[in-house]
Design a protein around this ligand. Sequence first.
Ligand code: NAG
Ligand code: NAG
Length: 330
Amino acid sequence: MHILCGVLLLVSLVLGHSWSALNKEWEEWKIKHGKVYENQTEIIFRRAVWEKNMQLVLRHNQEASAGKQSFTMGLNHLADMISEEINEKLNGLKQEEPIHFRNGTFKGMSGLSMPQSVDWRKNGLVSPVQNQGLCGSCWAFSSLGALEGQMKKRTGVLVPLSPQNLVDCSTNDGNHGCRGGYISKSFSYIIRNRGVDSESFYPYEHQNGKCRYSVKGKAGYCSNYHILPRGDEKTLQAAVASVGPVAMAVNAMLQSFHLYRGGVYSVPNCNPKFINHAVLVVGYGTDRGQDFWLVKNSWGTAWGEGGFIRIARNKKNLCGIANFAVYPTL
Ligand SMILES: *[C@@H]1O[C@H](CO)[C@@H](O)[C@H](O)[C@H]1NC(C)=O
Ligand SMILES: *[C@@H]1O[C@H](CO)[C@@H](O)[C@H](O)[C@H]1NC(C)=O
């Protein structure tokens, strides 16, 4: 219902007038998202981007309310940025080396009937959504999300782990801090280091820092990690159902992803070959006949459905969702 109200508000804004109403909306949006710009040039540029995005969102949501789109878009905190900026600054997942794209060996539930839907949040395996800020550290949030789930299964306690620990300390393993990294190399670091600190011990700072790992703050560990067979949504489903949250890579290049608000994300042009963002699958299900993956992002709770996105499932590996799925073993 609130989606419809949002659409109506925007329609009246754009059709009914009025510069002052648009200004009011802009001022409110800036306050809501804590936006402060340095100079007049910057203000004019950001305002122009924001207005363009408002038109896009409006058009898209009109189609959604006419039943032509399965998801809505909204003016979240990224609405003053152009897609190129977002892809450069936030989507720091590096292409994994081909050696990792061997056939996986997952033998979880084959033969068993899988549950129709899974939501690991209900079992307490998923920590609160965080915001990576303007730092390409998605790979750290994604891999730690998978480890948090396995640690909770082992210890019975859900402890948020420290992405900053990985940003600062896994350079020798091939990661590049805020300039990007790999899911596989996050686990390599944790194995080599024999642990990773908790978020509360080693809090997130939105930027590169020097390595301050201490065994005193250790709250997670793993001994190995498993890569699922490439592009195989059925095996990913089996893994999510039996193992828990799984770290994975996705094509998050499109504006529709950046400004996603709610519903099942399905677009015709989300190429599985262009993987640039790491996220966490925490479940799956079906909504009005459309299968979806339930995915946790690290762009704060103002993005999507409280920080989560539902991405269409069994649509030929849409956005490459099953291209590189990984879970750790303790
Ligand atoms: C205005 O601010 C932007 C963003 O911080 C900066 O890149 C630019 O150089 C500034 N321009 C002037 C004229 O100060
Ligand atoms: C993966 O498995 C498929 C089907 O079993 C096979 O055709 C393919 O050659 C395998 N690829 C690798 C890299 O082992």
